[in-house]
Design a protein around this ligand. Sequence first.
Ligand code: AMP
Ligand code: GLY
Length: 428
Amino acid sequence: MKILITGSGGREHAIAWRLARDIGSENIFVAPGNAGTMQCAQNINCGYNDFEGLAKKIEELGINMVLVGPEEPLVNGFIEFLKADARFEKLLIVGPGKQGAMLEGSKDFAKQFMNKYGIPTAAHQTFEAHEEEKAAEFIHSLKSPYVLKADGLAAGKGVVIAETEEEALKHIHTVFHNHVFGDAGKKLVIEEFLDGIELSVFALTDGKNYVLLPSAKDYKRIGDGNTGPNTGGMGTVSPVPFANDEFMRKVVTRIVEPTIDGIAAEKMDYCGFVFIGIMNVKGEPYVIEYNVRLGDPETQVLMPRIGGSFTEILAAAALGNLENKTIELEKFTTLSIVLASKGYPGTYEKGIEIEFETEPNDLVFHAGTAKDGDKIVTSGGRVLAVVGKGNSIAEAMIWAYENAERIRFKGAYYRNDIGFDLMKYENI
Ligand code: AMP
Ligand code: GLY
């Protein structure tokens, strides 16, 4: 079995590392990858949006399975492109088709899907540019704060939480008249603010059946105590101690099962991951968003916790055989800390040398790194995710922070509080 993973972040490094454990690094390829994926796979010099280039590599290398990391090529029809090619009739493909990818590609589409299948989510309405007045009336009917979401893909920057009505109206005007989000901002979804604690739930589906992966908690804000601007995620913990059996039963029966049943009823060509962002509001789960891929840096804490052969589970999904399959879960806790470039999520310098004093077996997943001769240098905002393991959050946290201190680059920044807020829920 030869597997090609497309993407270049920490998520793809973690997947490549996990699959290399199953079938050996000589059988794993990452396009384009980063300086970390080189250590557990072979990098292919081809971007993840270069469909023709990827098809050529799949044929040349005799790839048997393709796993798509990021959402953009899914929304742009990469799966349809592969399936239309007679050379790839036997290729195993993990990633949903265009229609399924709309669950992430359009927040309005996702809301309509949730309404149709009775899946709990925040009260909402969608507006277009000529409906600015109606949007203002809807804002007036809601309580502060106000949640405003650009409909389309906006590189994680499309959601604004406005504290005042004035701020909300100004944002609506800016989106519709200054076109800050381009086509992604042609529609705005405005919704009620859900006050609670978030978690990420992951399922792998073949379009009819599913298996649950471990859940994880992401820390999205840049600053300690959840302050400052949103980022792609500054750290994660898995499992999530407040997601106990009772809560997860509600998540499965009210959200995961109706979602998979909806995917099947809509006849979506969907083999892949469903990442459900959930808000726990006083013990009741609500969907915040769907993503049609794995999370980053969630994957970095999920992959070490998956036992057995992950390759076999992925192959079963691609063949439509997930019925009666389960994922073997490792019991330990994993915690990741993201080391970011100074200035992220704003502007930052690249090309800064990174020095590692960690051991080869330590779980250090690369995101924004590149090779510069023999050196490893920074090439992105989120540079690395350092993962610790333990029998408790405290143990995993100590391991992760000790290793974070063994990695040095000028201006390295990380949060100092990943996991602290969750310790009170342990052993409840
Ligand atoms: P999204 O891109 O939809 O995940 O939104 C980004 C972030 O905004 C989420 O991770 C939440 O922290 C926050 N958010 C989104 N929708 C809501 C909501 N209805 N209530 C409270 N927070 C929200
Ligand atoms: N960490 C959140 C995401 O991957 O969307």
